[in-house]
Design a protein. Structure first.
Length: 282
């Protein structure tokens, strides 16, 4: 069966800097694929190409499932989200701070409410079909509020939530759109130990219960090693290693990229102690 996501020879340049250099990799449905690498390796740039924020200079990006293959390379971000069903979260949380938790989740579904012109026109006349779609959106939002323990915060402004809650809300907002591929950019950043454990459990539920493929950028190496099925390691925009967490952690090229050191140094020293992760940026 084809992989959910196939990236081939992806290249992205900023002036004289090659941020992504002929990168190819795949991600499977219902699996967690992690993109790791030192600072500036190109991880977020990959997400920006996948989600239409950047137009890559070369290569192709496609999504496949049993209904067929969709070429994303030249699509706008809006269409990638609506047609491709690709959702993302950001390294720096981007919620609508002055809207309530519930409103954030309803706005997210606006795209699916307006996938065609019909409901948009229906909205003008407040048609039954439009009202039904709105009710469904509220149900979906409510179910994510409950699942992520945000009930007490539903009517609060998103910007007033504690940091860990805002991270959860971002994930809820992405999941509300019914994605088949979810791209999470450092979701554990700023979380405490207990919140990181809760996040790992949530990601596991999302892939098993909702069947989403998860593409994860994360600098919490323990989390990456614990929950990933497949790990891709970037350095200077190139793939330097890929494989299971075990394979990757023993790969000399990965050890060199992280430690700038000889092969007898040990990545395990970096895994397990630090969850703030700045000096083990992944
Ligand atoms: N819009 C841009 N304009 C110019 N250079 C950029 C732009 N976006 C990214 N870069 C450069 O591309 C390279 C890759 O950056 P990117 O943010 O993708 O790395 P990263 O692996 O996500 O890093 P980090 O772990 O620090 O978030 C860096 O050298 C960065 O400075």
């Amino acid at each position: 069966m084809s992989p959910l996501l196939k990236v081939s020879d992806l290249t992205m340049r900023f002036g004289g800097l090659t941020a992504i250099d002929a990168l190819s990799f795949e991600a499977e449905q219902r699996k967690i694929t992690s993109l790791i690498g030192p600072n500036g390796a190109g991880k977020t740039t990959v997400f920006n190409c996948l989600t239409g924020f950047y137009r890559p200079g070369g290569g192709s990006i496609s999504l496949s499932d049993d209904t067929g293959t969709l070429e994303l390379t030249r699509m706008t971000g809006h269409r990638i989200n609506a047609r491709g069903r690709v959702a993302r979260t950001f390294q720096n949380i981007r919620l609508f701070a002055r809207m309530t938790v519930l409103e954030n989740l309803l706005v997210a579904q606006h795209v699916s409410l307006h996938r065609s012109w019909f409901p948009a026109v229906g909205g003008l006349w407040n048609s039954a079909a439009y009202r039904q779609a709105q009710e469904k959106a509220i149900d979906v939002a409510a179910s994510w509020i409950e699942r992520l323990d945000l009930e007490d915060w539903a009517d609060q402004e998103a910007g007033s939530l504690p940091y860990g809650h805002q991270r959860r809300l971002e994930i809820a907002r992405a999941m509300c759109t019914g994605p088949r591929l979810l791209c999470l950019d450092e979701p554990a950043a700023g979380l405490n130990g207990a919140e990181s454990v809760q996040l790992a459990k949530l990601l596991e539920e999302m892939r098993t219960e909702f069947g989403v493929g998860i593409l994860l950028i994360e600098h919490d190496m323990k989390m990456v090693m614990d929950i990933s099925h497949h790990v891709i390691v970037l350095d200077y925009g190139r793939k330097i290693a890929q494989g299971s967490p075990q394979e990757v952690r023993n790969d000399p090229a990965v050890i060199r990229a992280y430690l700038g050191a000889e092969q007898d140094d040990d990545l395990d020293d970096l895994i397990g102690d630090d969850t703030t992760g700045r000096e083990i940026e992944a």
